[in-house]
Design a protein around this ligand. Structure first.
Ligand SMILES: Cc1ncc(COP(=O)(O)O)c(C=O)c1O
Length: 379
């Protein structure tokens, strides 16, 4: 049986074969522990530091500001809990985060809210964006930390992070950015964004699952959330996952070299898919910002059907209805709810996400399959 067409790159990406090649020696003969003071250890350490340099280069950071983690969820937890622990002696208790954050930001914030902090959600507009003018009054001298994702996993909307970071800093607060969906897909520069902390995930840009990183701007107050032998500047103890870190470094190098051209290619395919669907399906609605959006993300609501029904009727297509990380149940997406959509529009939503290996032929076939499925159910 042929594998279905994969249009779920926001859930996870395939591993680029060049990334696999780069990591393979570290699953075989290069097995050393970076802490060991012999040639095996030194080779492993050199590989980890090379990867650190590549990740730093991709986001305009210095290598010393990169902490490798097990995933973006862990990076988000370290950033939010670690900053809160470091700031707990100060008088500020406010935490702000947007209403469309991934659970790996929203849940640590809720946890902190149960332990003496005062968490508040920032509302979003109908396109999924926070309006800086609207949230400005909430970013006051009580706020210790603001967290805003760079790009949304469901609708791909890109947030005005710089404007919100400026407000946070003017109020004396720290700024964290969950860039798990953005890094490797759009240019990300920590200075241009003006953030203090930024999380990323390898498996969203062609490295394997199980590796991520947190950028920590030099001087940012941050405490570890686990304790051990002092790896990663004491912020993430535990023997380094060398093969995966090497993979992340190679994925970062490839992204730095290919991101610009790839974004043009992916955006053209995505817009072609959108045009095909919109031409055949009256009242198809685009969810998310028209152009401030990840190049590979197309979230659309189909009229008169539920998204899951539509995908079930198009089995040669692998896509998603809600956020990939908590899919599997037919609950209406919290992100679309926060964007103010009614139940029908939210239920009819399908997220089609494209990437490096998507072809024009696949887009043609995927559009035909979705149109046929919609006609079969809605007619
Ligand atoms: C925006 C966002 N943040 C964080 C994560 C969590 O990433 P990880 O799977 O590496 O923990 C995801 C995963 O879907 C995501 O989309």
């Amino acid at each position: 049986m042929n594998s279905p067409i994969y249009l779920d790159y926001n859930a996870t990406t395939p591993i680029d074969p060049r990334v696999t090649e780069a990591m393979l020696p570290f699953l075989r003969e290069q097995f050393g522990n970076p802490s060991s003071d012999h040639v095996y250890g030194r080779r492993a350490k050199a590989a980890v530091e090379n990867a650190r340099g590549e990740v730093a280069a991709l986001i305009g950071a210095r290598p010393v500001e990169i902490v490798f983690t097990g995933c973006a969820t862990e990076a988000n937890n370290l950033a939010l809990l670690g900053a809160a622990y470091a700031l707990r002696e100060g008088g500020r208790r406010g935490l702000l985060y947007s209403a469309v954050e991934h659970p790996s930001v929203a849940q640590p914030m809720r946890h902190l809210s149960e332990t003496g902090w005062n968490g508040t959600e920032m509302p979003v507009e109908g396109d999924g964006r926070v309006d800086p003018a609207c949230v400005a009054p909430a970013i006051d001298a009580q706020v210790a930390l603001v967290s805003l994702m760079l790009a949304n996993n469901e609708v791909g909307t890109i947030q005005p992070v710089r404007a919100v970071a400026d407000l946070a800093h003017a109020a004396g607060a720290l700024m964290h950015v969950d860039a798990a969906q953005a890094v490797g897909k759009i240019p990300v520069d920590v200075d241009a964004l003006g953030c203090d902390l930024l999380s990323l995930a390898g498996h969203k840009f062609y490295a394997p699952k199980g590796v991520g990183a947190l950028y920590v701007r030099a001087g940012t107050p941050l405490q570890p959330i686990q304790y051990g032998a002092g790896h990663e500047g004491g912020l993430r103890p535990g023997t380094e996952n060398v093969p995966h870190i090497v993979a992340l470094g190679e994925a970062a190098r490839l992204a730095r070299e290919e991101l610009a051209a790839e974004a043009v290619h992916v955006r053209a395919l995505r817009d072609d898919l959108h045009n095909r669907l919109a031409t055949a399906i009256p009242d198809l609605r685009l969810n998310g910002h028209d152009h401030e959006r990840l190049p590979g993300t197309l979230n659309v609501s189909f009229p008169k059907v539920a998204g899951w029904q539509l995908l079930a009727a198009a089995p040669n297509l692998a896509a998603s209805t809600g956020s990939a990380c908590h899919a599997g149940q037919h609950a209406v997406s919290g992100v679309l709810g926060a964007m103010g959509f009614d139940a029908d529009r939210a239920a009819g939503a399908v997220r089609l996400s494209l990437g490096r290996f998507t072809t024009a032929r696949e887009i043609e076939q995927a559009a035909a399959a979705l149109i046929a499925a919609w006609r079969q159910i809605a007619a």
